[in-house]
Design a protein around this ligand. Sequence first.
Ligand code: PLP
Length: 404
Amino acid sequence: MEFRQSSKLSEVCYEIRGPVIEHANALEEAGHSVLRLNTGNPALFGFEAPEEILQDMIRMLPQAHGYSDSRGILPARRAVVQHYQRRGLEDIGVDDVFLGNGVSELVSMAVQALVEDGDEILIPAPDFPLWTAVTTLAGGKAVHYVCDESADWYPDLDDMASKITDRTRAVVIISPNNPTGAVYPREILEGILDLARRHHLMVFSDEIYDKILYDGAVHHSPAVLAPDLVCLTFSGLSKAYRVAGFRSGWVVVSGPRQHARNYLEGLTMLASMRLCPNTPAQFAIQAALGGRQSIEDLVLPGGRLHEQRDRAWEKLNEIPGVSCVKPKGALYAFPRIDLGVHRIHDDERFVLDLLLREKIQVVQGTGFNWPRPDHFRILTLPHVDDLESAISRIGRFLGGYRQS
Ligand code: PLP
């Protein structure tokens, strides 16, 4: 008798760690070296974790072998509260914070606690595909609002408004955005929040890249702009603090929580069902938020991430038939391939062919719920020399590439 996967998974799609990985693994097993430009994992590219975070975790390890409170340890939750209070989110306390095994776990809990079968969540296209995957798995419907490439990848508010129905329960905002690198200006956020206000939507704001900003871009938190709305603000240590493997993140609930009591009971139950987040990694949070923010050295002009972002963007735009909007934040570029110049109708096949020929692994645009096969995502994490060489090889490959 065959064991089959649950039919609940049949519509769930998560391509960042998808089937192309098996091919990349097989190539490595056969002795090839593969340049993995598919996951935003700073440690793979020589980024070191801040020393004070490591030292704090090591020092606290002997006291971290038990389960913690299921929301997380108090000093870390206190540090999260103080961090957001400094940013203008005043009316929050330690009971409004849940720590998690990365933002990923909290995204899954927050969506599961809300969605009834058939409920709709507004999610950007392109998106970080976990949001779509967990919505679908929860029995909900991911309704994608278009982000406009010709307008710096900002959300198209008319498109968003036209997609709101009486089943819409929440809107997801990802700024700085993965995969586009867009950082939404205040007016765009105000427009989204106005729609949320008029249609009684919960706001899920994924701000994991809030400190990875270039060219003076300013990050605004929807929770600060709209204290009258129930907002869940997600962030964590994986990116700005370069400790993705610790699996450490948080969500802060703000706004009129009296209108979300029942929802929050559900969220609290889900937090208890996973017992607690990984305890040692919770000890990294206070050290991270309280200490010197060394990410600034990397994102300011002359910093490694800034330089790599610049070079990646310039080199991508030098490829005939490729154009790329300049990322203002995060760790990615999301170039467009002109399908009039390059014949591609299946971007997963394109990505696989690129892997097999050039041993470079990127992620196809449709993996981010982008509707056409005309984009791919590349990391801006590798050293400049590696990035330049990878992008030259992608350009050369594209030049001779045709799909039948
Ligand atoms: N949100 C966004 C927009 C991301 O890009 C990622 C990871 O790439 C996550 C959340 C998940 O982060 P974590 O490592 O905290 O689970």
